[in-house]
Design a binder for this molecule. Structure first.
Ligand SMILES: [Zn+2]
Ligand SMILES: [Zn+2]
Length: 367
């Protein structure tokens, strides 16, 4: 961690000596960006000026959210605005409007902001959104620079939204609470996200394509949108739990109180709570696969913590209990089980707080 220095020269020495210590300890070389003069000057400016806020921006397909966050990770205020025009400049304008209104609502200004973090869906590289399913016309959009230009030159960084959600748990959520350095996180929403933190660092993989939601659990199983068959997402995402319940409820002779028309995972959990067998079977098969795959995650990575996040966890403790039961059924008994299975702690603000955490990571070098 950087110490606050009195002068520019000392701050550079401080940074250089901390990098040397890192090299000795980890036996790895720092990245070029870490050593760049601009970066050192930026760190110095943040340390010496009275910049004690981060901004976290969560860009969704239909909504923009911006939050003002303290250096300790407390969300001071938040502003949400709908996204109606998908054109890149219009989206950038909307995000900036969100940032300005959030700051205004708690009487702060951009001059107090150390860094703006933007969490975006899709592929992210060097401040560019390379592509995003929600914004089909976007190709290599320099979103970080576009926001920086509209925000008085405040340093702006871009992060993948899944990484941001993990960063939120590291900063103020489950990872912090349990003091874990090694964790994996399943995000159970419309799709299934998966992320890994090892020794406090988010693991990126070779091309940023760690996609645990597309790990295969059923050989030659249901065809997934990714072109593989039997991906875990096809059995445990919110939409697929609802699909599996629907298919079972419509079978001749099925006894179920599930509605005849369309419904989502929320209705499945409601019906299960009333003892509906079809609903319970749909949830049980999902929990079973998540428990089994979490055993595999433990065997591959030996993490201390496996976190479950996303809309499905709103179902309450029943889902986590079923996953734990499955984990216990599949896991070994002759060696220690180190992984604790828990729900995420940050909740619906995780996108905003996580983007703020990525801003903190940029400025301080750690979360
Ligand atoms: Zn797949
Ligand atoms: Zn074995």
């Amino acid at each position: 961690m950087l110490k606050k220095c009195d002068c520019y020269v000392e701050s550079v020495e401080c940074r250089v000596s901390s990098i040397c210590a890192d090299i000795k300890q980890k036996r790895t070389l720092p990245s070029v960006s870490e050593l760049s003069a601009e970066h050192i000057i930026h760190k110095f400016a943040v340390m010496c000026a009275d910049k004690n806020l981060y901004i976290g921006v969560d860009l969704g397909g239909t909504n923009a959210k911006a939050g003002v966050i303290t250096l300790e990770g407390e969300l001071v205020c938040r502003k949400d605005l709908p996204i109606t025009d998908l054109e890149e400049n219009a989206v950038a304008e909307r995000l900036v409007e969100c940032i300005r209104e959030a700051l205004k609502s708690c009487n702060h200004t951009l001059s107090e902001v150390a860094c703006i973090g933007v969490g975006s869906p899709g592929g992210i590289r060097d401040g560019l959104v390379t592509s995003a399913a929600n914004f089909p016309l976007w190709k290599d959009v320099p979103l970080a620079q576009m926001i920086k230009d509209r925000c008085e030159g405040v340093t702006t960084i871009l992060a993948n939204d899944a990484d941001a959600a993990i960063a939120a748990e590291v900063w103020v959520g489950a990872v912090k609470k349990h003091g874990a350095r090694n964790m994996a996180m399943w995000t159970l929403g419309t799709g299934v996200g998966f992320g890994v933190v090892i020794e406090g660092a988010v693991v990126k993989g070779y091309s940023g394509l760690i996609e645990g939601g597309h790990a295969i659990v059923v050989p030659d199983g249901d065809l997934c949108g990714c072109s593989q068959k039997g991906c875990i997402e096809m059995y445990v995402s919110a939409s697929n739990v609802a699909r599996i319940a629907k298919e079972a409820a419509r079978k001749p002779g099925a006894k179920s109180c599930l509605p005849v028309g369309d419904f989502g995972s929320y209705e499945v959990f409601q019906a299960a709570a009333k003892g509906d067998e079809v609903a319970n079977a749909a949830i049980d098969q999902a929990a079973d696969k998540l428990g089994m795959m979490s055993v595999n995650v433990s065997r591959f990575l030996d993490v201390e913590l496996i976190v479950f996040a996303g809309g499905m966890t709103k179902a309450g403790d029943i889902l986590l209990e079923k996953i734990q039961t499955a984990f216990d059924k599949y896991t070994w008994t002759k060696l220690p089980n180190n992984a604790k299975l828990v729900y995420a702690e940050v909740g619906e603000d995780s996108g905003v707080i996580g983007a703020g955490a990525m801003a903190k990571l940029h400025v301080t070098g750690e979360i």
